[in-house]
Design a protein around this ligand. Structure first.
Ligand code: BES
Ligand code: MN
Ligand code: ZN
Length: 495
């Protein structure tokens, strides 16, 4: 879909389809007033004839309205109003796109003459996120199943200003799309090496990408990560992505670490067949870190940032690790692997230690589809936030509020630490009890942070949503984490 900003002209000029905002209590935006006037009062009559109240996200379709060229006009609820806040504009554009994407209309005008340039830019961002589709493998879709909208014109007072403000948002959208593609790909296509190759291609944005293979990791002693991949035909990879955007290229970076299990069968502690296909998105943490690095580079963020991706496939096999195995992690701590399905923490143990040792970062934030238990605790609208640093946790909660990516703080109780003490090794990878499964997973990770300011985000419930719950995020991969962490960086860590 091509997106452009064009100077405010009347609704009569719209060639094909147009959308306008109406707020609660029937307050019409400038575009809606214009439409009402041009059509001899069709907007007010349509509202009176329906249950449309202007609540955010409601839509009302005017087909073949009188006296204008466009074949259809869409009225979209904007919530309280009458100012068009950036988030109102984003939601307006996304709802309009969703309502019209299969309508047959090819060219959509979003009437935003009453909006400030930042809101206009945010509308373009919302439409672009809404238009995301992963249909690479659908070869038989009929024309009626394919989106018809090819072109989106955002009609506004100052197209030049809007275009300028839209540029960095375009970079964030690139990052979100990159994450969504990675997460959506089937696991036969996206295995660790293929994931690494795709990240390597981001070098064209100015990122530095290093790929460590099994030989290098063995030399370093990354027994925890390597143990997970031992049963797979695919080679385990550790990918290091660097963005040096700060004035001082040697300033301590911010760091992000992602769990990238490209498929999680559970290993010898095999998962049940039902729903196992979902475990193709067990790389959602690494996918989000990759998308974030893409976003930071695309918008040339003034920060030094590091992304570390632990990429591995967890398979049962004659060579696979067994429950009861003891592995030596990169940190030197030995781990008793009592359940091979608690593999994400093994991946992160080595990736986190490597991160702090090599980069001495300001902080490390890991993202992982780590536990089913976080879904039991929080459902799908919130990721679990674990932090050893109050200030960092507060900044993340603020970013979560601003970007509407849900987060809920969870505890790291010192008293639970002993639950993962092992009789045979330094630590065991499951507590053995039923309670607090997401917390004990976080306690495990904490042992590999070496006291560096650290946050763990358990995104098992938020990386993938079906059915979708936001117009900006169609069914499937959400790209959760890219907006959140981009905002954290933009608001707190740039020159
Ligand atoms: N990848 C899973 C967690 C998961 C479950 C993500 C459901 C998304 C949806 C993880 O590797 C896992 O299997 N965790 C186990 C841990 C248990 C063995 C202690 C779990 O949650 O059951
Ligand atoms: Mn698992
Ligand atoms: Zn997993």
């Amino acid at each position: 879909m091509k997106i452009e900003f064009i100077p405010a002209v009347g609704v009569s000029e719209a060639p094909d389809a147009l959308a306008v905002l109406v707020f609660e209590e029937g307050v019409l935006s400038a575009g809606a007033e214009d439409l009402d006037r041009a059509t001899g009062g069709a907007v007010r009559r349509a509202i009176a004839a329906s249950r449309f109240t202007g609540k955010s996200g409601q839509t009302l379709d005017l087909l073949a309205p009188n006296a204008i060229k466009a074949g259809r006009a869409l009225i979209v609820g904007g919530g309280p109003g009458p100012e068009i806040a950036a988030e109102t504009a984003e939601s307006f554009a996304a709802h309009a796109y969703q309502a019209l994407k299969l309508s047959g209309a090819e060219h959509l005008w979003l009437m935003l003459a009453g909006a400030a340039p930042d809101a206009v830019a945010q509308a373009a961002f919302g439409a672009r996120l809404a238009a995301y589709r992963f249909d690479r493998y659908r070869t038989k879709d009929g024309e009626d199943k394919k989106p018809s909208i090819q072109r989106l014109s955002v009609v506004c007072v100052d197209p030049k200003a809007a275009k300028k403000l839209a540029a960095p948002l375009g970079g964030i959208a690139d990052g979100i799309e990159f994450t969504r593609d990675l997460v959506s790909e089937p696991p036969n296509v996206l295995y660790p090496e293929e994931f690494a190759r795709r990240v390597k291609k981001l070098e064209k944005l100015g990122l530095e990408v290093e790929i460590l293979g099994e030989k290098e990791m063995k030399k370093l002693g990354m027994g925890a990560l390597l143990g997970v991949g031992q049963g797979s035909e695919r080679e385990t990879q550790l990918v290091v992505v660097q963005w040096k955007g700060a004035k001082d290229k040697d300033a301590a970076p911010v760091a992000f670490v992602g769990k990238g299990v490209t498929f999680d069968t559970g290993g010898i502690s095999l998962k049940p067949a039902e729903g196992m296909e979902d475990m193709k998105w067990d790389m959602g943490g690494a996918g989000a870190v990759a998308g974030l690095m893409c976003a930071l580079a695309s918008r040339k963020a003034k920060v030094n940032a590091v992304g570390i991706l632990g990429l591995v496939e967890n398979m049962p096999d004659g060579a696979a690790q067994r429950p009861g195995d003891i592995v030596t992690s990169y940190s030197g701590q030995t781990i008793e692997v009592l359940n091979t399905d608690a593999e994400g923490r093994l991946v992160l143990a080595d990736a986190l230690w490597y991160c702090q040792e090599r980069f001495k970062p300001q902080f490390m934030i890991d993202l992982a589809t780590l536990t089913g238990a976080i879904i039991v605790a929080l459902g799908n609208d919130f990721a679990g936030l674990y932090a050893n640093d109050e200030a960092l946790a507060e900044k993340l909660l603020a970013a979560s509020k601003a970007e509407k990516e849900g987060l809920w703080r969870m505890p790291l109780p010192a008293a639970y630490d002993k639950l993962i003490d092992s009789m045979a090794a330094d630590v065991k990878n499951i507590s053995g009890g039923r309670g607090g499964g997401s917390i004990t997973a976080a306690m495990f990770l904490q042992r590999f942070t070496n006291g560096v300011p650290w946050v763990h985000l358990d995104i098992a419930g938020t990386a993938w949503r079906k059915p979708s719950v936001a117009p900006t995020s169609p069914d499937g991969a959400t790209g959760y984490g890219v907006r959140l962490l981009n905002r954290l960086v933009a608001d707190n860590y740039e020159d």
